[in-house]
Ligand binder design. Structure first.
Ligand SMILES: C[S@@+](CC[C@H](N)C(=O)[O-])C[C@H]1O[C@@H](n2cnc3c(N)ncnc32)[C@H](O)[C@@H]1O
Length: 377
């Protein structure tokens, strides 16, 4: 197996979660940068990574890195890379890019130079002058940060948060990868009740159930690199077979999910069916104000509304106050809330034990963590 370099990309703030996941999958040695974790692997590992990673955004195959201050340097260094080892003669490849704080700031120019350099390299290998691009897709990314160019190829295709179970969703759904990371950071486990009182399309409860049952997040979808010649088809088959075998069908966590909106509950129920976890989530339409805690040692993980729109702020602030009133008196509950509202702790009535800065798209959000007493063993 020839060693290759892969990068798992993540939302800013979730690098440690993805790092932990990679370690569990057997990739010990990693280099962590903002939003990316790079490690050595083999092409045969690409299926297992895409199918199993819960919090990463994508898995990229890194072709190479170098410094470039001129278009000539970009062209020559791109051309030096072994494109012919990865791209077949009919590769349908495209180049997209980004440039941050760099001399080469014109992204369209950089894209077109990288594309030209790759074509020149392929001409040498395949001895033809015209490439039909009718075969498998290869999405090449040129990323320039402070004059350092990294060229990679996306192995995932649609981003990894697209598990395939969320057919329909509410207005402000959480990314599945973020929901999964919130669960990971909460240290919730299958033996404790999990509650999401503002469940929307059900992302947090569904991701929790999938984690408890060890259902791999990518089992129900396809990946762009499934068409690539460098990955043996057997590696995809084996990775799927192993993931199916690892499902814990006998685990039935207790998960309660509610929302004020009956339509959201309908959507969430269908999504849970699609994900194969409807047997362990109890859904009901319920305004938070009516919620009661009928047992101790529960864990609430939720993504309540943030009031991005005018007119909603009063309701949202009342909801946050109600949350504090319900949970604060019960010292056995752990509460984890994600919101961009900077006054959350004040409204809840207590400083969080831990606060973690994250990003939901471009919106800065905080993950407020209140640790309750642990259940006695
Ligand atoms: C940001 S969305 C949650 C999105 C969800 N995490 C998802 O991925 O689909 C907030 C949800 O809170 C619900 N909500 C708002 N006020 C509520 C209240 N007082 N009680 C219960 N649910 C409420 C909304 O109906 C909405 O579905």
């Amino acid at each position: 197996m020839t060693p290759i370099t892969l990068t798992a990309t993540s939302t800013f703030g979730l690098e440690a979660v993805v790092k932990r996941e990679l370690k569990k999958l057997g990739f010990e040695k990693q280099t962590v940068n903002d939003g990316s974790i790079t490690f050595e692997a083999a092409a045969e590992d690409i299926p297992r990574l895409n199918i199993n990673l819960r919090s990463a955004d994508r898995v990229l195959l890194v072709m190479g890195s170098f410094e470039a201050y001129s278009f000539e340097e970009l062209f020559e260094n791109t051309k030096k890379l072994p494109w012919g080892d990865i791209l077949p003669v009919d590769a349908n490849f495209t180049v997209s890019g980004k440039s941050i704080k760099s001399t080469l700031y014109s992204v369209p120019d950089c894209q077109s130079i990288v594309e030209k350099a790759i074509v020149e390299k392929l001409k040498l290998k395949y001895k033809i002058n015209w490439f039909e691009k009718t075969g498998a897709r290869y999405k090449i990314q040129v990323s320039i940060l402070k004059d350092k160019v990294t060229l990679s190829i996306d192995t995932s295709g649609a981003a990894l948060h697209k598990r395939g179970y969320r057919e329909d969703q509410v207005i402000a759904p959480l990314k599945e990868t973020m929901a999964s990371a919130m669960i990971d950071l909460s240290f919730w486990n299958k033996d404790r009740l999990l509650l999401d009182p503002c469940c929307g399309s059900g992302t947090i409860p569904i991701e929790a159930a999938m984690t408890a049952k060890n259902i791999a997040p990518g089992l129900g979808r396809k990946f762009v690199s499934e068409e690539w010649g460098i990955i043996p088809q057997a590696a995809w088959k084996t990775a799927r077979k192993e993931a199916f075998a690892a499902i814990k069908t006998d685990v039935l966590p207790i998960i309660k999910a509610s929302d004020i909106d009956p339509h959201a509950i309908e959507i969430a129920k269908q999504n849970a069916i699609n994900a194969g976890v409807d047997d362990c989530i109890e859904f009901r339409t319920l305004p938070f104000e009516k919620l009661k805690l009928d047992r101790d040692y529960g864990v609430c993980i939720s993504n309540p509304p943030y009031a991005e729109r005018m007119g909603e702020l009063d309701e949202v602030e009342k909801l946050y106050r109600d949350m504090g009133k319900l949970f604060r008196p019960n010292k056995t509950w752990s509460v984890y809330i994600i919101t961009s509202h900077e006054g959350f702790e004040k409204l809840y009535g207590k400083r969080a034990d831990k606060k973690r800065k994250l990003f939901n798209g471009n919106v800065k959000i905080d993950y407020y963590q209140y640790f309750g007493e642990r259940p006695k063993k």
